[in-house]
Structure formats: C-alpha cells, structure tokens
Design a protein around this ligand. Structure first.
Ligand SMILES: [Zn+2]
Ligand SMILES: [Zn+2]
Length: 315
C-alpha cells in the first residue's frame, strides 16, 4: 500500500522539476525529474532552466548525484551547461555521473572546452545503450531504446529486494540475546549462541521484500520495449505531449497522447501513471488527464514542483 509513514517509509521522493514539452511556458519548465533516494539525487533529463527549478525545489547541488539523459533534443539536455557552472561556482567537490545516449560525451566536452568556467569536481560521462546502465548496492538503472529518434532511451530505476522483516519475538523465543547477534541475523548470517545452538537467519527473517521500480519514458511513441521495461512498475512517468485528437501529429513527431501512455501503463500492469512533457498549447491540461483516465484510472498529471512519495511496500 502507498500509505505515508515515517523514516524508512518515505526515503524516496519524485519531484517534477520541469513538465513542459519542447517549449517552456510560464507554468511549465523543460523536462527534468528529480528522484531523491535516501541521500542521493537521481536526475532524469536536464532541460534548460533545471538549475533554477532545483533551487526552488530545494534539492541541493552538493549531494551524490547522477544525471540520466534520455536523448539529445535541446529540451532535455540544454540545462547541463548552466548546472555544471553553478555547481562549480558553489565549489562542488563530489564526482558527478552523467549517463546518456551517443552524443552526450561530445556535448559535455564542448561545454567544458568552450564555456569559460573551471569545473571544481570530476565529471564522469558514460554513453549507454539498452541494458544495464549502472549498478549500486541497493539499486540498478536499466535503459531501453524508445520510439522517438535514433539513440533515444527510456530508463528504469529498480531497487534490489530488501531482507525480510526481523521477527523479534521469534529471536527472543530462540534465546538470541539482543545486540550484535541480532544485527548479524538481520544481515542474513547465522549465529552461534553461548549455549552452542546455531540459529539461522531464515529462522527469524520473513520473506525478502520487493524494492520499488520507477520508469521514465522520455519522449516516445507507444513502444513494446517500454511496455517490457515498465512491467509491474510502482510508477510509470510517461510523456503525453498532445491530446488524443492530435494522435496523427503525435505519431509524426515521435510523441504520445494520453490514451497511448495509458495503454502502455495498462499493458505493463503498473500501479500508477504520471503524465508529463505537456505541449505548450495546453493552458489547462485537464483534458489530457481525462483522456488517460478513460483507459487507466490511476493516472495523475504532473505539474512543476509536484512531489510524490513512493513509500516501501510492506508486502
Ligand atoms: Zn522533448
Ligand atoms: Zn525529443
């Protein structure tokens, strides 16, 4: 269940920094989605003006950060020069990791070679394709080719399963004294009691609990690759540039309508869908939300600075 809670339950927030498609409007900045996970910031796309949205959202410039760029259209990548400069002016020292499709390396190199500022921190740029993009102790990020242009990617953040819940009653019953032995059992190791008895971790731990999965489409038409990537996701963030009446235009430009996004959500069996990358033509995007909900009820419409919590599932 997605119920709010404290501590461990609210260690993951999705903050929509820019939700407009192609051209910004007074209300919508260009594509950027921040995922705050524990002390880390994962930024998906970096449209122009992202740094200012980051200031307003209070996500910070100094924390451990990874940036994942979906494709090399300006509305997804032109925020990088300003962001790199501001981070340097603020004396960032931590390494910044940037992942993106072919072209991202040359772009970042061109920024540092032509724009006059001195980077104060290492930047590690990786050009990636479909497959595993990066692996950390607690999560992995995968990419798939989307249906927008050559080398356009969609990304999935997938947390690894967590150990099962520690059964305190059971541990006491088995005579395990509170303290270091409890930690060992929680970590999955067996322990030997002073009496000589061996207690295995599976005797006091419940089933492993699933991690969370968030998928971001980038710009795309409907795509089977994306359906696969989004399978059973807790949240699918999908572009819906044009409303259903403009389906042909969407197809021509490599974009989706709300119904197309909602069909992907339905096919993939996701828990919730959030629409973003809304064309500047819609002053009120309520129509887009309505169209999506006809196909997939659990749909929300992103606005700049919308913050969604994704607590851990207790199942
Ligand atoms: Zn775009
Ligand atoms: Zn694009």
């Amino acid at each position: 269940m997605f119920m709010g809670g404290s501590g461990e339950l609210t260690d993951l927030n999705v903050i929509f920094l820019g939700t407009g498609g192609s051209i910004p409007t007074p209300k919508r900045g260009l594509s950027a989605i921040a995922i705050r996970r524990k002390n880390e910031l994962l930024l998906f796309d970096c449209g122009e003006g992202t740094q200012r949205q980051m200031i307003q959202a209070g996500v910070g410039f100094h924390r451990k950060t990874k940036i994942f760029v979906t494709h090399m259209h300006g509305d997804h990548v032109l925020g990088l020069p300003g962001l790199l400069q501001t981070m340097s002016l603020l004396d960032r020292t931590k390494k910044l990791e940037i992942y993106g499709p072919q072209g991202i390396k040359a772009f970042v190199e061109a920024i540092s070679q032509t724009v006059r500022f001195t980077l104060t921190f290492p930047v590690q740029v990786s050009e990636v394709e479909a497959g595993l993009v990066c692996e950390e102790k607690e999560y992995e990020v995968y990419a798939t080719q989307s249906d927008h242009m050559d080398h356009s990617l969609a990304y999935a953040l997938i947390e690894k399963p967590r150990p099962g819940r520690f059964n305190i009653e059971k541990a006491k019953e088995l005579g395990v004294p509170e303290g270091p032995l409890w930690s060992k059992l929680q970590g999955g190791s067996s322990v030997k009691l002073p009496s000589g008895r061996i207690v295995k971790s599976e005797m006091v731990l419940g089933h492993p609990r699933p991690g969370r999965k968030i998928v971001y489409s980038g710009d795309t038409r409907q795509s089977e690759n994306l359906v696969k990537l989004a399978e059973n996701a807790d949240m699918l963030i999908h572009e819906a540039t044009f409303d259903d009446e403009l389906m042909e235009r969407a197809m021509e430009d490599g974009h989706s309508t709300p119904s197309m996004a909602a069909e992907t959500a339905k096919k993939a069996g996701v828990k919730r869908l959030v629409l973003t990358h809304i064309s500047a033509r819609y002053k009120d995007a309520g129509l887009l939300l309505e169209q999506a909900r006809k196909v997939f009820v659990n749909t929300e419409l992103a606005e700049d600075f919308l913050r969604l919590e994704l607590p851990l599932s207790e199942a």
